[in-house]
Design a protein around this ligand. Structure first.
Ligand SMILES: [Zn+2]
Ligand SMILES: [Zn+2]
Length: 266
């Protein structure tokens, strides 16, 4: 598992040239797309991500800022003549939505679109070099986080804070502050946690099932994470500097998830 490239780091409304959530995880010769907000395929082109290498897509939940770009991307893959299968993992109702969109457009994809509904928690997928598990987060609608582990990094290793044969990455999706989340990603090497708000807006965060800077950093601290990436910034903030300042006070190994930047899991 080499690293993660950020394609979208904003919350619901695009602002300040920031886009809704999307990230690309590189696992050897495979790319995993995590969430696919509106504009993701434009970002894929801008940052020269090889669409044909996207092997699996993981959708955390059905708020539009996390999947409104999906049908566009799938449609383009078809138009570009993709033939290799594409695996989409997401909440069960997503399959109905995709089928409706494809059926009413009379779109016949030249590749096999395989949909896999997410289980409540546990095993999601396995490839030659990695395994993927999911867990529930504490959001307004059903929402899942994903734990990616390079082969060799077993859950026991993760629980013990070790990953001798590979890196682990936890994508914690949208969530309100929930210490139980730290238990689910204990010992992870790299962790993404949303920080929709600065810490003075804890009440807003609580009411909207989102988190603040210090809350995200507290989860990383409790989890014993190696690094924390923060994102899903509210459109009310032009300057991201204070996000890094506040989170770093609690968890020094914090980085802003910046669009177009690849964070290498060294
Ligand atoms: Zn969101
Ligand atoms: Zn959401």
């Amino acid at each position: 598992m080499q690293g993660v490239t950020i394609l979208g780091n904003n919350s619901a409304v695009p602002a300040f040239d920031r886009h809704p959530t999307a990230q690309v995880l590189t696992v050897r010769d495979h790319l995993y797309l995590i969430d696919c907000g509106e504009g993701t395929q434009i970002q894929i082109i801008r940052y020269k991500i090889r669409r044909s290498k996207i092997h699996r897509i993981f959708i955390s939940h059905l708020h539009g800022d996390h999947y409104f770009g999906l049908i566009g991307l799938i449609n383009s893959m078809g138009l570009l003549g993709r033939i290799q299968p594409l695996h989409v993992h997401g909440p069960a109702p997503l399959w109905e939505i995709l089928q409706l969109q494809l059926r009413e457009a009379d779109t016949h994809l030249p590749f096999d679109l395989q949909f896999h509904p997410l289980p409540d928690e546990g095993f999601v997928a396995e490839d030659a070099h990695s395994t993927v598990h999911c867990f529930r987060t504490n959001h307004r609608i059903a929402c899942w986080g994903f734990l990616f582990a390079e082969k060799g990094a077993t859950r026991a290793d993760i629980a013990a804070g070790r990953s001798p044969a590979g890196r682990t990455y936890a994508f914690c999706a949208d969530t309100k502050y929930d210490p139980e989340l730290a238990e689910k990603v204990k010992g992870v090497d790299w962790m993404y946690h949303e920080t929709t708000y600065l810490d003075d807006l804890r009440a807003n965060a609580e009411a909207r099932y989102h988190s603040t800077t210090r809350q995200a950093a507290d989860i990383a601290l409790r989890a014993g994470a190696g690094h924390l990436l923060i994102g899903h910034f509210s459109s009310k903030y032009a300057d991201l500097g204070p996000f890094l300042e506040e989170a770093s006070e609690v968890f020094p190994n914090t980085l802003l998830a910046l669009e177009g930047t690849t964070y290498l899991f060294k």
